[in-house]
Design a protein around this ligand. Structure first.
Ligand code: ADP
Length: 233
């Protein structure tokens, strides 16, 4: 019996020669190329206006690059249909933003359970998975609290639980500590580390050099170009 050839797993994220120009002509990204492999914990760091959020939108499949190639799990985003992009995004990418974007008046557990809507999962299952995700982020004692009854750090934990409840391989965090005090921010970074240690690939977008310095790999962006890469030894 012959052994089948070993399958090579494509990088989780692959940008190749990416340029992005917004309608109106602002040329924001110039020839950006890098890869992020499964299991990495990476900071994309740069000053305000350098193009970080634009990069996040492209990696998160929320926008399509003007030229060059963006591949997620080996799929070239430019050739996928809208329906396929939505499915890829829903299954493979979790998002965390500075402003949390929780639904007001809705309990923590329902905010997280809503992250599983449109996944063909029944209500009971959605709730039990949401409870498990909240316990995972240390909020098992805050299940029924609504956003206004939670601290900033706790709100961000709920948002992280919502982002990971469906088990996406990739977590994109855009300035996740930007609205938090130092101690809550450090706790959120620690939580992202723990999620990474249990297998989630985490990409943190930040202008905070101190936060970035604590992460094993940094991709520095300046004026829409990759200025420097610091990779683990
Ligand atoms: P960062 O996240 O590093 O602050 P952004 O990616 O948000 O950088 O922005 C980079 C540049 O692109 C800025 O000059 C910004 O004004 C411009 N920009 C961002 N979004 C748009 C848009 N939708 N239309 C036009 N220009 C934009």
């Amino acid at each position: 019996m012959t052994t089948p050839p070993a399958q090579t797993v494509p990088p989780l994220v692959e940008l190749s020669g990416v340029d992005h120009v917004y309608p109106g002509g602002t040329h924001v990204l110039h020839d950006v190329s890098f890869q992020v492999g499964h299991g990495e914990l990476v900071a994309i760091v740069g000053p305000s206006g350098s193009g970080k959020s634009t990069l996040l939108n492209l990696i998160g499949t929320l926008d399509v690059a003007t030229s060059g190639t963006v591949r997620i799990e080996g799929h070239d985003i430019a050739v996928l249909k809208e329906r396929q992009i939505s499915a890829l995004r829903a299954c493979s990418i979790g998002f965390v933003f500075q402003q949390f974007f929780l639904s007001g008046g809705v309990s923590a557990v329902d905010n997280v359970a809503n992250g599983l809507l449109y996944r063909g999962i029944g209500r009971g299952q959605r709730r039990s998975r949401a409870e498990a995700a909240l316990r995972r982020v240390g909020l098992g004692h805050r299940l029924e609290h609504r956003p206004h009854e939670l601290s900033g750090g706790e709100k961000q934990r709920v948002a992280i639980a919502r982002a990971v409840v469906g088990g996406p391989p990739l977590l994109l965090a855009d300035e996740p500590t930007g609205a938090l005090d130092t101690a809550s921010g450090a706790a959120v970074v620690e939580l992202l580390r723990e999620l990474n240690e249990t297998g989630t690939t985490v990409l943190v977008i930040t202008h905070d050099l101190e936060l970035a310095t604590g992460l094993p790999r940094r991709i520095k962006v300046r004026d829409g170009r990759i200025a420097e890469e610091v990779v683990p030894a």
